[in-house]
Design a protein around this ligand. Structure first.
Ligand SMILES: NC(=O)c1ccc[n+]([C@@H]2O[C@H](COP(=O)([O-])OP(=O)(O)OC[C@H]3O[C@@H](n4cnc5c(N)ncnc54)[C@H](O)[C@@H]3O)[C@@H](O)[C@H]2O)c1
Length: 260
């Protein structure tokens, strides 16, 4: 049997995807149910969750959850709901993130916007990962977690609340991967480039800075997300940051050579 025919074991594996109502999280959650994996679609907006599930190839495998992951009670409610609905959660993708607004630069961003960005990305990412890992360790089950970071974990974005939250997540991935490797729990980062997926309002002119010549789509991320989540395909990959950016991060002050 081909490796790619059985990337997951739906009899033993189930997933939670945050931010599953839109963009990259939605594409990952839809791809997981497409592989036969029971998946909790978690998001702040009920209408987005319903639409994402309705558009999935196997909606019967999708479980909706609507709540606010900026709050600890919201995170705990998601964990309880997931356990009741799908049992042991072996796979976790954390894609939820508040909107980025260009107006929130260093001199303008207010305390609440700063707090929300860190709460959803970093605090919820840590709390959900740790609680899911506790259950997996107790059950002696392997697991695979994927946190959506950003190229702006390492380079400024003019949005300090966003870049610092992503930089924190990038280190969190390394900390957790190192701590939990002995239990067979892998933790990796998926690093999107410029993805015209909802959360990023892309200027099409940006395409000229991208070696592959176009902005990304959420669907460009989902296959790699599944490959990294899969214990069969990526069973020896942990603590890694997998960049999916069409080559955007290669751009610098040297233009590519003239070849014709
Ligand atoms: N789109 C890009 O170009 C890009 C680039 C780099 C990194 N990323 C990262 O990838 C992830 C997904 O990006 P996207 O553009 O698909 O995002 P998006 O804005 O389209 O979707 C994010 C989802 O998170 C949900 N959400 C926000 N706050 C929440 C909360 N408090 N509780 C629960 N859900 C909440 C939103 O409702 C939304 O559906 C994010 O972490 C983002 O930072 C995206």
């Amino acid at each position: 049997m081909s490796l790619f025919d059985a990337a997951f074991d739906p009899t033993r594996e189930a997933a939670v995807v945050t931010g599953a109502g839109n963009g990259i999280g939605r594409a990952i959650a839809q791809a997981l149910v497409g592989e036969g994996v029971r998946t909790v679609f978690a998001d702040l907006h009920e209408d987005r969750v319903s639409a994402a599930i309705k558009a999935a190839t196997r909606p019967e495998l999708a479980v909706p959850w609507v709540g606010d992951l900026a709050r600890r009670e919201g995170c705990d409610a998601l964990l309880a709901h997931a356990q009741g609905a799908v049992g042991r959660v072996t796979h976790f993708a954390h894609s939820a993130s508040p909107p980025r607004r260009e107006a929130d630069h260093a001199m303008a961003v207010d305390d609440e916007t700063w707090r929300q960005m860190h709460a959803v990305n970093l605090d919820a990412g840590f709390h959900l990962s740790r609680e899911l890992a506790r259950k997996l360790i107790a059950a002696r089950s392997p697991g695979s977690f994927l946190l959506l970071t950003s190229l702006h974990a390492g380079t400024p974005r003019n949005l300090p609340h966003y870049s610092t939250a992503k930089a924190g997540m990038a280190m969190l991935v390394k900390e957790l991967a190192k701590s939990w490797g002995r239990y067979g729990i892998r933790v990796n980062a998926l690093v999107p480039g410029a993805i015209a997926a909802g959360g990023f309002v892309a200027d099409p002119a940006l395409a000229r800075h991208i070696p592959l010549g176009r902005l990304g789509q959420a669907e460009d991320l989902a296959p790699m997300a599944l490959a990294v989540l899969s214990n069969k395909i990526s069973g020896y990959v942990t603590g890694a940051s997998i960049v999916v950016d069409g080559g955007l991060s290669l751009t610098n002050w040297f233009a590519p050579p003239e070849l014709e």
